[in-house]
Structures are given as C-alpha cells and as structure tokens.
Design a protein around this ligand. Structure first.
Ligand SMILES: Nc1ncnc2c1ncn2[C@@H]1O[C@H](COP(=O)(O)OP(=O)(O)OP(=O)(O)O)[C@@H](O)[C@H]1O
Ligand SMILES: [Mg+2]
Length: 272
C-alpha cells in the first residue's frame, strides 16, 4: 500500500515515470479489450462456416459434395487456429523482458487480428519484408505499438486505401526499421507536433468497431519506443497519406565468457 508519505518521498520525475508506465499498461488493456471483441466476432463467423459445411456434408451423401464440405471445414478450422494463436501470442505467450524478437512474425500476427476489419474497410495490405536480424525488444510492447499504428492507419482511410508495411535493416546495420504507410487523410503540418501528446485526438470518440478517440495510442507508442532506445518518426502529407517509421536496436547475443577472460574482465570493471 502506498501512503501519502511515500509519494512525497518520490521526485516529480519518479512520479512521472510511474504514471507513464501506468498509461502504457492502461492503453494496452484497452487495445486488448478492443481486439478481443473483434476477434470473438471473427471466431464466431468461422464457427458458423464450420457448422454449416459440416451439416451440408451430413445431408449430402455424394462424394463430390462431401469433399467440398470437408475442404471448407478444414480451411475454416485452420483460420480459427490462426486467430487463437495470434490472440494467445498477444495475451500471454511473449515475455515482458528484452529478447531477440522476430518483427516479421509479430507483424503477421497483428495483421491476422485486424484482417477482418481491414477487409471491411476495403484496405489492401502490401508487405515488403527484407531478411532482418532479430530486434532487441519486449515482444508484447512492440505488438502494442504495431497494433496502434495499424489501427490509426485504418481509421485514416474510412473509404478504403492501401497499407504498405516495410521491414528492413538500417544502412549502418544497427537497427531494424519498420515503416507503416497509409494512403489516408494525412496530418496537417501544424498538428503534427501534437500527435504524440497524451489525450490529443481528432476523433469523435470510438468508431463503428469500437476503436479510437482517446488520444493515448501514440503517446503510449512513443513511451514504449523510447524505453527500447529506439526512434519513431512520422512523415505526412494531407490528402496523400502518412508513414510512421520505428527503429529498434538489433539484438546482439551476450559474448560467450571464457573463465580466464571473465577474471580479466572483472578486473577491468573494478578498475573502471
Ligand atoms: N495514420 C494516421 N493518419 C492520420 N492521422 C493520424 C494517423 N495516426 C494518428 N493520427 C492523428 O493523431 C491523433 C492521435 O493519435 P492517437 O493514436 O494517439 O489517438 P487516437 O487514435 O485519436 O485515439 P486512441 O487513444 O484510441 O488511439 C489522431 O487522433 C489523429 O488525428
Ligand atoms: Mg490511435
């Protein structure tokens, strides 16, 4: 339990750091809640497909119809398993510590979670993934960033558009760079400096899929990327679209320590 005295003992910077941490957690729960409702709907649709084709297979005794029914059931069941794997990946499978992280896999899983929504708004997705090394990241947090950016991009294109996702290693080899580009409404130059501020939003509350409007998405993204010692950059042109680029450090395995070397290293550390 915290007491008033405890708070007084904390510096303003410490209190701010605690609040920022809580903000990221709260935003994550909101994002998770929104996704649970989207994916539950989608899962239910897949179950309906399975039920209907299973009934069709039972009703029709001819081999051709039964084959078709089985194929449909199989395809739907595979999709259902992709959905549950993606939700599980987001909800609990990844650790909360910095680990070698496969960003391409993480993006693919995020796209599965949003596939239905993107289809509904007639948004096509192009992915250009160069072979990249693992990033040094907390998988859960980076997925939160990716989902926020994808949802913002979707919301910027209410009448459809293109989502172009690029993954490549930086020229100097130090970072893995992810760019999420949309062909949406764009952001006016005078608004651009404010978009990362907490509670800054131009949306009139949640949209038809229950997302958006709090103004916490990008603020949480910035906090997460900064805690990864990464960078986030945005370019936007009104009427043309917006591109967010996040740069994350490449994961470097800790050096293998030979006992003698360890001793000399320890010596170096003591001397420093
Ligand atoms: N891809 C984009 N295209 C156009 N405008 C954008 C884009 N991404 C962000 N914005 C602008 O930045 C604002 C802040 O975004 P942010 O994600 O922080 O909040 P939000 O989407 O409004 O609400 P939520 O907290 O639910 O994410 C948005 O309201 C919008 O005006
Ligand atoms: Mg948002």
């Amino acid at each position: 339990m915290t007491t008033r005295g405890d708070h007084e003992a904390l510096t303003v910077e410490q209190q701010l750091a605690i609040l920022q941490q809580k903000l990221v957690q709260a935003q994550r729960l909101t994002a998770l809640g929104e996704l649970v409702s989207t994916t539950t709907h989608e899962f239910n649709n897949v179950l309906m497909t399975i039920l209907n084709y299973a009934k069709m297979g039972l009703r029709h005794k001819d081999e051709a119809t039964r084959d078709k029914a089985f194929q449909k059931v199989l395809a739907a069941a595979e999709r259902a398993s992709k959905i549950t794997n993606s939700v599980l990946g987001m909800a609990r499978n990844r650790s909360e510590s910095f680990e070698p992280t496969d960003l391409a896999k993480l993006i693919d899983e995020s796209l599965v979670l949003l596939e239905r929504e993107l289809r509904k708004y007639r948004i096509s997705v192009e992915t250009h993934f160069a072979p990249v090394p693992a990033a040094c990241a907390v998988g859960n947090q980076i997925q939160q960033v990716v989902l926020n950016l994808l949802i913002n991009a979707r919301q910027a294109m209410p009448d459809g558009g293109r989502l172009i996702i690029r993954l490549e290693q930086s020229a100097d080899g130090d970072t893995v760079d992810l760019t999420i580009r949309d062909t949406g409404c764009g952001i006016p130059a005078d608004k651009l400096p404010r978009i990362f501020d907490p509670f800054y939003s131009t949306k009139q509350g949640p949209d038809a899929s229950g997302k958006g409007g709090t103004g916490l998405g990008l603020s949480a993204c910035r906090h997460i990327i900064e805690s990864h010692r990464g960078r986030v950059r945005v370019e936007s042109t009104v009427g043309v679209g917006t591109a967010f680029t996040i740069r994350l450090p490449v994961y470097h395995a800790p050096p293998v320590v030979v006992p003698n070397v360890a001793a000399s290293q320890a010596h170096c550390v003591n001397r420093a």
